[in-house]
Ligand binder design. Structure first.
Ligand SMILES: [Zn+2]
Length: 359
């Protein structure tokens, strides 16, 4: 019995001794920071990119901090502030909601962990964390600053001609006419309508996305939307249904090439059904830009009983870009430059539409 007590005593001494060695010197170096200020705002940088800036002020400088991201939680940014306590700052703080939803502050032993929930996958170039010295003029203490950029940042941002206002946040359904077993019209040099409409549509989608719009394509490859050899009604209803599956879709834009038995027929026209005045407004705004961009003959806008227009629940338009049956216009339609000019014109028309109708 005596022997056992002795052994235990030695063990306790050893443990205490080890603890003493490892803990005491570290404690002496501790400098406690206490939060005493919180502020956030949003701003636009020189590239037109939106940021949210979060500032956490504290009683003293020389803060040590660590930034981390858990790959399994790409919608979170975690910043650990060493030797810091929350002070009077709230545990849960709502943020701008567009870029960052909220921030939580949790004590973890001596440290404080700030977790920021963001609205989109956060890449390395989309945030900055740094400290800022006391700003006497603006009455701000020493701060840790966290800045987070909106998605679709400067890396993929539209510049020059392709920069459009008003489309950001809107959802546009793009319907490239025909596809798969349905070639659409075929020009005198065998250019197929289905290939031209897809190229223009893909460019329209790219430009809209660069400007922050959501794009839904009824098809994005050379396929039938319903399935091969469907009836016209099945195929067209399948295209309408794509829009119906997206309740936030704002407009439906179908892109085609015109054709006529007489090869002399030429020019651009745009069609609408006329559920509301928005159908014709959208058509006219696209038609204006198309004619201005290509110099093609302006055949105007017309109401038409087209299936995809009549059955659309949202403002809808169908653009007949040019006559593929006309040798001159077929040649134009096959040119990548003309396809791009047409795509940009359609996007400008869409931009003008959203600027006019607003949210
Ligand atoms: Zn067509």
């Amino acid at each position: 019995m005596k022997k056992l007590w002795c052994k235990l005593l030695i063990m306790v001494c050893c443990v205490v001794g080890l603890m003493g060695v490892s803990y005491v010197p570290a404690q002496a170096a501790v400098v406690n920071h206490t939060l005493n200020y919180f502020h956030y705002n949003t701003y636009k940088d020189g590239d037109g990119r939106n940021w949210v800036r979060i500032e956490m002020g504290m009683n003293k400088g020389n803060l040590e901090y660590e930034v981390s991201q858990n790959p399994d939680k790409p919608f979170q940014l975690v910043v650990k502030l060493n030797n810091t306590n929350r002070g009077d700052v709230k545990k849960n703080i709502g943020l701008d909601r567009k870029i960052a939803r909220y921030m939580t502050l949790k004590n973890d032993h001596r440290d404080m962990v700030a977790t920021i929930a963001v609205t989109d996958n956060l890449e390395d170039h989309e945030y900055k964390v740094y400290t800022a010295e006391v700003d006497k003029k603006n009455r701000k203490p020493y701060r840790l600053v966290i800045e987070i950029a909106a998605d679709k940042g400067s890396v993929n941002k539209a510049v020059g001609d392709e920069r459009l206002d008003g489309v950001e946040g809107h959802t546009v359904v793009i319907d490239p006419g025909h596809g798969g077993t349905d070639t659409g019209a075929i020009g005198p040099s065998r250019v197929k309508e289905k290939n031209i409409t897809l190229k223009i549509s893909q460019d329209v989608a790219r430009i809209l996305q660069l400007n922050g719009a959501n794009v839904v394509m009824t098809r994005d490859t050379d396929v039938d939307v319903y399935g091969p050899n469907a009836t016209d009604k099945q195929e067209l209803q399948a295209r309408v249904n794509v829009a119906r599956r997206h309740p936030d879709a704002d407009i439906f834009v179908s892109i085609h090439c015109n054709a006529f038995t007489k090869s002399s027929a030429h020019g651009t026209s745009t069609y609408y059904y006329g559920h509301s005045s928005r159908d014709s407004m959208l058509s006219q705004l696209i038609q204006n830009e198309m004619v201005a961009a290509t110099g093609l003959y302006d055949r105007g806008i017309h109401s038409a009983n087209f299936y995809v227009l009549r059955n659309s629940w949202i403002p809808a338009t169908l653009v007949e870009t040019a006559f593929i049956s006309n040798p001159y216009e077929e040649n134009m339609l096959a040119s990548a430059d003309v396809q791009h000019a047409m795509a940009l014109a359609i996007c400008k028309g869409i931009s003008n539409y959203f600027r006019r109708v607003g949210r």
